[in-house]
Design a protein around this ligand. Structure first.
Ligand code: SUG
Length: 416
């Protein structure tokens, strides 16, 4: 079986809420305090997975982490009465954005020929900083075979790492050795630069990447200041194609030249600011799209519905299709509940290029499993959560029971 790209989507957890915890994430800040709809959110996420599976793509999933994380409150010597922000941090469903779960380097890129995974430490945001131990535990179950997978400890907490959201891979096709691109930010702007260069370098060394096929690129501080808190808000790559905003990188021409030197077949589609402003790119999440290769070899861009609702972006997309370039299809998906927290289609998935046969089959989706997941969500996920409800013991029981029902339905007792 050749290596294929598998998208592991985070199943949106039953405590999904809008607590406004992520400074620099404009959507999350704008929706702070609103009532969330966890059931609808999770069904939207599941519909995206079904949509992509129907395109002939291999689809996997990761489970929501146990919430509320009372261990986090305990470590803070806090109780739910102490501080609403700490309580919200303990309840956060933010592990749904599996693009931040880990950085993954597939077997063809690494020295020992195994697929390497490093969980992201996510230290910049308190509500995300306590994800990694449970994430690592889950990754160890899903990718358990040591002949094919190597698991690393997260980067030390002095250097922030946000995982695959700041990592892109370009290659002639998925199964061949690729060029790995690590995008980092520099602090000093109005918002935190969440990816530290040293964390990216540590991950690349740990994965045993060939330095000749690894690039470290600085994110444009203007992009971070405009709300691109992760690189995947302004750029996405798939195989030989890089699709990015003109203002994504601090030295774009240098970055493009370095890419072309190492991958002569690279096709860089740079979206001019004159056609799509940084503001429009970030509010529409045009780049937080899944750029995928379909079974017929053509590429499709799976965009949030918001991208078609922005007139400048929609006009650009019409032109892109008419241009006869490598991206042949624009496919909108509705993930509005996640989008309201700054998480588009690309945030919701972790890409792992591997042979599906060597993955724990319980994490791979098929139609029957999707139905089972859908039934559990419909039966157990709360319909709404107002931020003031976080901390309620009645809601905690509902959230815990919902996740355990999912764990049981998917036969994953290790994760109970
Ligand atoms: O880390 N939002 C997430 C969104 C992550 C998007 N992921 C990628 N771009 N790959 C974040 O900022 C908001 C949660 C809250 O405010 O309650 C949040 O964590």
């Amino acid at each position: 079986m050749p290596l294929v790209e598998i998208n592991f989507d985070g199943i949106i957890g039953p405590s999904h809420n809008y607590a406004g915890l992520s400074l620099g994430n404009r959507a999350a800040t704008a929706h702070a305090g609103q009532v969330s709809h966890p059931r609808e959110a999770a069904l939207q996420g599941l519909a995206k997975m079904r949509h992509n599976m129907a395109l002939g793509l291999t689809q996997g999933f990761l489970l929501p982490l146990p919430r509320p994380n009372l261990g986090f409150l305990e470590a803070m010597n806090a109780s739910t009465a102490t501080d609403p922000a700490l309580t919200a941090a303990a309840w956060s469903a933010s592990s749904m954005w599996t693009a931040n779960a880990a950085t993954v380097s597939p077997a063809p890129d690494t020295q020992d020929g195994r697929c390497h995974l490093t969980p992201a430490n996510l230290i910049t945001m308190p509500h995300r900083s306590h994800e990694w131990p449970e994430t690592a535990r889950q990754l160890a179950v899903a990718f358990a075979d040591p002949a094919h997978f190597a698991h690393h400890s997260p980067a030390p907490p002095c250097f922030g790492d946000e995982g695959a959201a700041n990592h892109m891979r370009m290659c002639a096709n998925h199964g061949e050795a690729g060029l790995e691109l690590f995008v980092y930010g520099r602090s000093g702007g109005p918002f935190p630069a969440r990816q530290h260069e040293q964390a990216s370098r540590a991950v690349a060394r740990g994965h045993g990447l060939d330095p000749g096929r690894t690039l470290f690129i600085e994110q444009n501080p203007e992009a971070i200041a405009a709300g691109a808190f992760h690189n995947d808000v302004v750029a996405v790559a798939n195989e030989r194609v890089l699709f990015c905003h003109e203002q994504a990188f601090v030295e774009p021409e240098e970055a493009y030249a370095a890419i072309r030197k190492r991958l002569p077949e690279a096709e860089i589609i740079e979206v001019p600011a004159a056609q799509v402003s940084l503001e429009d790119a970030i509010s529409s999440y045009l780049f937080n799209a899944q750029l995928v290769t379909l079974p017929d070899g053509s590429m499709a861009l799976i965009v949030p519905t918001d991208a078609r609702e922005n007139s400048a972006v929609s006009r650009y997309l019409d032109g892109l299709i008419a241009s006869n370039g490598p991206i042949r299809n624009i496919l909108p998906v509705d993930v509005r509940q996640s989008m309201a927290n700054g998480g588009g289609p690309a945030c919701l998935r972790l890409r792992v290029v591997t042979d599906p046969a060597v993955v724990d089959q319980r994490f791979l989706l098929d139609a029957a499993k999707a139905d089972r997941i859908g039934q559990i969500i419909s039966q157990y996920w709360p319909e709404t959560i107002a931020p003031a409800e976080l901390g309620s013991s009645a809601l905690a029981s509902v959230v815990v029971a919902a996740r355990l029902a999912l764990v049981a339905a998917l036969d994953l007792p290790e994760l109970a």
